[in-house]
Design a protein around this ligand. Structure first.
Ligand code: FAD
Ligand code: SIN
Length: 545
């Protein structure tokens, strides 16, 4: 008799997408949520500005759709945009029903029908970002985690890292999981598998993302045979705090929404020279303008200044930013904040349909790992949380309607031919080299020659990591490095193929946009037992022969 654990639905990832999907599945289904470390260890916890939704009378679905299409630089898929924005109010209602408290307008606290406080961000033509001060992600994570803990049909498996999806013929039927506590690899079965593993911005040396954003789900989906699209569109957030004692802390775009200006070291504003919308232009434009000015002047950072607002407004709406900066000697109610761009969001990902279904039957992908067509060549601020919730809901509906029990028994993991590693330093070195290389050669401004150089180096790094993966017991750093090398390769392949500049992809050898925007879609090599993986043959999942 098999001892392989079985779930109806296995969800990899405990962020906004993974947890909200689990909570919307029928309670008759047995569900497991996996998390690489503790719950909420992904980007969701760190989300600041909020979630875009059409809530104000003067706003409209059409206006939100138009803004998203415009920010996406001609590459958004209109049906995906319409679908996502059209469900925004419903998602807010669902979150409120789960116990989420969004901020209300200060002047309406006692009224019978209280209105949400809506803030503004780049690319939006209306105030439409609903939030919980500047810690929206933390509030959402806590509410969702509380509901998950109460649900008797949901098991939360922390400290488990997905190694690979297992297929039975064409269909996903389980997964190999590394338990990081005891380094054992478990095999689990499931009738539906959902990848909700977040983005891949750790591919870059400087990023706003937490550890763990190593593109694991995207790399695993590629290995399982899914198409991956638009990986060249890695978004750089314009305003990451620049201070030696506080790397990678985001200064929310909502600060600019409340009037914060961007200035050069001499105090001059510069955004009007780049776009008529100034500081509230879409992110690709603002990040590129900052990069241009920093290189032109040889300066290490530019400055963000909200000091024109009252201390009361600043500390009420931005308590986290205020408290984070104060110990560094920066009082944001009076002082300018030093900022630089940093890698922030993966616009591309696994190609999915409106239900989050990938090319592999039984395998769904939701949240930042997916490419739904919503973001095109540049995501508009605060559309990501909305996409997580909308597609999680739609995938939950699809799974509920279509799931059927299967009897496949995946082959158990076999590591009898590998040994403990004695060269961890190699992984550390490769990790640093890859992230530096991506920052220097595949950053905000690219050239064809630098992309070629990056492709050559990453091919070598991937080969080294692959050899390592084949010989040694797997560890979390090894798995993350293996995935990062793969997603970096996908990013460079997409970037190299795009002989134009559009949205987040700027190649100075092709500075203009082509007349028609096309997606970059990468198709994995056909899978069979002999060519499926680069690891040792005993690790091959049981594909049909
Ligand atoms: P995540 O929240 O990143 O969760 C991924 C989960 O997958 C984690 O639980 C992780 O442990 C798990 N995981 C990953 N790999 C594995 C593996 N191999 N095995 C097991 N588990 C794995 N967007 C907005 O719309 N509004 C904002 O205000 C906003 N602010 C942001 C601020 C910051 C600092 C950052 C970094 C991002 C922000 N974003 C914002 C983007 C948004 O937060 C993310 O895109 C979104 O939260 C992603 O949610 P997710 O559920 O897809 O993934
Ligand atoms: C921010 O608060 O600036 C981040 C918003 C986002 O990434 O959508």
């Amino acid at each position: 008799m098999s001892t392989i654990p079985r779930y109806d639905v296995l969800i990899v990832g405990s962020g906004a997408a993974g947890m909200s999907l689990a909570l919307q599945l029928p309670s008759a289904l047995q569900v497991a949520i996996l998390s690489k470390s503790e719950v909420g260890s992904g980007s969701t916890l760190w989300a600041q500005g909020g979630m875009a939704a059409v809530l104000h009378d003067r706003d409209s679905v059409q206006a939100h759709v138009d803004d998203t299409l415009s920010a996406g630089a001609g590459l958004c898929h209109q049906p995906a945009v319409q679908f996502t924005v059209g469900r925004s109010r419903q998602i807010v209602d669902w979150l409120v029903s789960q116990g989420m408290n969004f901020d209300l307008r200060e002047d309406q606290q006692d009224a019978e029908f209280r209105e949400f406080h809506l803030t503004m961000e780049g690319g939006h033509s209306h105030r439409r970002v609903i939030h919980a001060a500047d810690q929206t992600g933390r509030a959402l994570s806590e509410v969702l985690a509380g509901r998950v803990a109460e649900a008797s049909n949901i098991s939360l498996l922390t400290d488990r890292c997905l190694v690979d999806v297992i297929k039975d013929g064409q269909r996903a039927c389980g997964a190999y999981l590394l338990s990081t506590a005891d380094s054992r690899v478990e095999t689990v079965r499931a009738d539906a598998i959902v990848l909700a593993t977040g983005g891949a911005s750790k591919a870059y040396r400087y990023t706003t993302n937490p550890n763990g954003a190593s593109g694991d789900g995207i790399a695993a989906a590629w290995r399982a045979g899914c198409r991956i699209a638009n990986m060249e569109f890695n978004q750089f957030h314009p305003t990451c705090l620049y201070h030696p004692d506080s790397r990678s802390f985001l200064m929310t775009e909502a600060l600019r929404g409340e009037g914060a200006t961007l200035t050069l070291p001499n105090g001059d504003r510069f955004m009007a020279r780049f776009d008529a919308r100034g500081e509230l232009a879409p992110r690709d434009i603002v990040a590129r303008a900052i990069d241009f000015e920093m290189k032109r002047l040889g300066t290490e950072c530019v400055y963000l200044d909200i000091s024109h607002q009252s201390s009361d407004l600043i500390t009420r709406h931005f308590p986290q930013a205020y408290e984070r900066c104060l110990p560094l000697g920066i009082d944001i109610t009076r002082d300018r904040i030093p900022v630089v761009p940093a890698a922030h969001y993966t616009c591309g990902g696994v190609v999915v349909d409106q239900h989050g279904a990938s090319d592999v039957p039984g395998l769904y992908v939701v949240g930042e790992s997916a490419c739904t067509g919503l973001h095109g060549a540049n995501r508009m601020a605060s559309n990501s949380l909305l996409e997580c919730f909308v597609y999680a809901q739609s995938a939950a509906e699809h799974i509920a309607d279509s799931i059927s029990p299967r009897s496949t028994l995946p082959e158990a993991w076999d590591d009898s031919r590998v040994r403990d590693s004695d060269e961890e330093v190699v992984i550390q070195h490769n990790w640093q080299e890859l992230r530096r290389l991506m920052w220097d050669y595949v950053g905000i401004v690219r050239t064809s020659r630098r992309l070629r150089y990056a492709a050559e180096r990453i091919t070598l790094l991937e080969k080294e990591v692959s050899g390592y993966y084949g010989r040694f017991q797997i560890t979390l750093p090894l798995l993350e490095m293996r995935n990062l090398a793969r997603v970096a390769k996908l990013m460079v392949e997409c970037a190299s193929d795009r002989e134009e500049s559009r949205g987040l992809h700027y190649n100075s050898d092709y500075p203009d946009a082509a007349a028609k925007g096309l997606d970059s879609i990468l198709v994995p090599p056909h899978f069979d037992r002999r060519t499926a993986l680069t690891g040792p043959i005993d690790r091959l999942p049981p594909y049909a022969s």
